[in-house]
Design a protein around this ligand. Structure first.
Ligand code: SF4
Ligand code: SF4
Length: 66
């Protein structure tokens, strides 16, 4: 799943996501949650703080600000 907010985005590489859930509790904005075998990001809530990117053990998350 790819989530975009304006020109900024939080990208999820679904092939790398293990649905481990590690990224969910670190989000202070409740913008990320498990859904099925992956995660979902709420565009309107995500501030691109980057915390979930740091805790993901597989590098499935990354921010893109181009
Ligand atoms: S970048 Fe920050 S605000 Fe956005 S989903 Fe990850 S932890 Fe939550
Ligand atoms: S921490 Fe990474 S591997 Fe785990 S659910 Fe989140 S995106 Fe997927």
């Amino acid at each position: 799943m790819i989530s975009r907010t304006g020109n900024h985005s939080l990208n999820i590489d679904e092939k790398c996501c293990l649905a481990c859930g590690a990224c969910v509790p670190v989000c202070a904005f409740d913008a990320i949650f498990l859904r099925g075998w992956g995660i979902e990001i709420l565009d309107d809530e995500c501030t691109l703080c980057g915390l979930c990117v740091q805790v993901c053990p597989t590098g499935a998350l990354n921010t893109n600000e181009d």
